[in-house]
Structure formats: structure tokens, C-alpha cells
Design a protein around this ligand. Structure first.
Ligand code: APR
Length: 173
């Protein structure tokens, strides 16, 4: 698709040498556990300071900050839906997280970006349902935005990695 690739890797998103990494945050943007905690630990205290000034972020939307001590220049914070069984618009809110994050990346001239598996940890979104939603939305966005050169899905656990690999194969089928 327009020379852009979606890579699926297993690893730690805080160590990705890309222009921007995406954080699976909560609506306060004041940090937490999981990937949010890892990103704040790696970025250092300045990240929390600038996040505090942002005044939060609604579910499905995204905000951008510098990456400070991270290898990545930027952090795009997005707030995924909490899984409530699938009848509360969770799928569309998850799509919105990826779309809005990529939209911010384009607006900031970002060419390489790494995502974690948004909402599939503490927020309980089933990963086998989330993976095709995530990759499908990324692929759809990339068909009309050529400035993004590489999107990497960074999976922390093996089960997540397997789910996204399978979704990537189905996407290319
Ligand atoms: N690199 C990449 N992925 C990671 C890392 C890491 N260093 N650490 C955790 N993950 C993965 C988890 O294994 C999971 O697959 O990120 C995915 C998302 O899980 P969570 O971090 O729990 O995020 P989420 O499910 O969106 O819940 C968000 O958790 O940490 C709090 O403040 C956050 O309240 C918010 C909620």
C-alpha cells in the first residue's frame, strides 16, 4: 500500500527508534500501569508535567507530547475504550484511537510510528477482536496518507504477538 508497510514485532515500545510511539493512556493522561507506566518511566518526569497541562483526553481521541528521554521524538497519547461486552461502541472507539493517532502523526510530519495493542490489557478488549480492527484501520488510513512510511505494532506478550501476526496475514490475504 503506497510503499508503506505495517510491521508486527514482539518487544518493548519504549525502546523503539521511531519518530513517535503511541501510549495507551487513560483519560486523565496522568500515567498508570502497563505500557503507560513503562512510557512514563522511560521518558522521565517532564512527560508527566506536560501531560498535566493537557487537561486530559476523551476516549477515542489523541494528544501529542515530546518524548523527552525516550528514543522516540514524540509520544502520541490515546485513550482506548474499556471493554463492556461489545455493545457500547467499543469497536468504533478503538478504530478512532488508531485513526486520530495517525492523523496527529501526519500533522506533525511523523514518518515512522509504533503502536502498542491499545485497550487489550487492563481495559480488557479481547485481543483477537482488537487485532483485525487495529490493523484494518491502520491499513485504511495508509491508503490515503503517503507521508507515513512505516507503522510498527509492538506486541509485548507472545499471545498478543500471535494475534496480530494472524490478523496481518488475514489483511494480506
Ligand atoms: N511495550 C509494548 N506493549 C506493552 C508494554 C511495553 N513496554 N507494556 C505493556 N504492553 C502491552 C500490554 O501487554 C497490552 O498488550 O500494551 C497492551 C495494552 O495494555 P495496557 O498497557 O494495560 O493498556 P490498556 O489495556 O489500553 O489499559 C489502559 O491501563 O496502564 C493503564 O493508565 C493506563 O488506565 C490506563 C489503562
Amino acid at each position: 500500500m503506497l510503499g508503506t508497510s505495517i510491521e508486527v514485532v514482539q518487544g518493548d515500545i519504549t525502546r523503539q527508534g521511531v519518530d513517535a510511539i503511541v501510549n495507551a493512556a487513560n483519560s486523565s493522561l496522568l500515567g498508570g500501569g502497563g505500557v503507560d507506566g513503562a512510557i512514563h518511566r522511560a521518558a522521565g518526569p517532564e512527560l508527566l508535567e506536560v501531560c498535566r497541562a493537557l487537561g486530559g483526553c476523551p476516549t477515542g481521541e489523541a494528544r501529542i507530547t515530546p518524548g523527552f528521554r525516550l528514543p522516540a521524538k514524540w509520544v502520541i497519547h490515546t485513550v482506548g475504550p474499556v471493554w463492556q461486552g461489545g455493545g457500547a461502541g467499543e469497536d468504533e472507539l478503538l478504530r478512532s484511537c488508531y485513526r486520530r493517532s495517525l492523523g496527529l502523526a501526519v500533522a506533525h510530519g511523523i514518518r515512522t510510528i509504533a503502536f502498542p495493542s491499545i485497550s487489550t490489557g487492563a481495559y480488557g478488549f479481547p485481543v483477537r477482536r482488537a487485532a483485525p480492527i487495529a490493523l484494518g484501520e491502520i491499513a485504511r488510513f495508509l491508503t490515503s496518507h503517503a507521508t507515513i512510511h512505516r507503522v510498527t505494532m509492538v506486541c509485548h506478550g507472545l499471545d498478543t504477538y500471535r494475534a496480530y501476526l494472524q490478523a496481518a496475514e488475514e489483511l494480506d490475504a
